[in-house]
Design a protein around this ligand. Structure first.
Ligand SMILES: [Zn+2]
Ligand SMILES: [Zn+2]
Length: 172
């Protein structure tokens, strides 16, 4: 979606739409799936810029970081951004605007592409690690079994690789 900021007068620009999850997010290995993204919001004039307010809601399915089991979670988040257009000339005496300031976005011109803003929000809502439950036991490093279901999968069966050679020899 492209919003022409210079056309916004008294009335804010509003939208309410759903779009499919972008490839870049779906390609992340921990993302197993994502519903359509529903978001609605408005952009209105605010002092020397514009203010974007939006609500974003969708369901994402993430892989447990330990056992890879899917875990579904609803994301319901809000976005409040102040938009300014970078002035080509330095503004004498005024505080310089820094796009890294929290909640502020500096644009090169008065056309706002909402795609990158939405993508960033989706990325931000993918946690560094996901657990299917707090005490997930993970996968067995020996046989790959899910230790939540088979806590004793390799119990008493762990064998030193050096002894394994001997065992193989005695078998023949
Ligand atoms: Zn797990
Ligand atoms: Zn095992």
């Amino acid at each position: 979606m492209r919003i022409h900021l210079e056309q916004i007068e008294e009335e804010p620009f509003r939208w309410d739409q759903s779009e499919s999850a972008p490839e870049v997010v779906l390609e992340r290995p921990e993302v197993l799936g994502m519903s359509d993204i529903h978001w609605s919001g408005s952009v209105s004039r605010a002092s020397s810029g514009w203010r974007l307010l939006a609500g974003i809601d969708y369901v994402q399915t993430l892989a447990c970081s330990r056992c890879m089991k899917p875990r579904e979670e609803r994301v319901d988040t809000e976005l409040d951004l102040y938009l300014v257009v970078n002035s080509p000339q330095p503004l004498g005496g005024e505080v310089e605007l820094d796009s890294s300031d929290l909640g502020m976005l500096a644009l090169d011109d008065e056309v706002l592409e909402t795609g990158p803003i939405l993508h960033e929000q989706l990325e931000l809502n993918i946690p560094m690690s996901t657990l299917c439950k707090d005490d997930c036991a993970g996968l067995c490093p020996h046989c790959g079994a899910d230790r939540n279901d088979e806590p004793d999968c390799c119990a008493g069966d762990e064998i030193d690789p050096r002894w394994q050679v001997l065992k193989d020899l005695t078998k023949s």
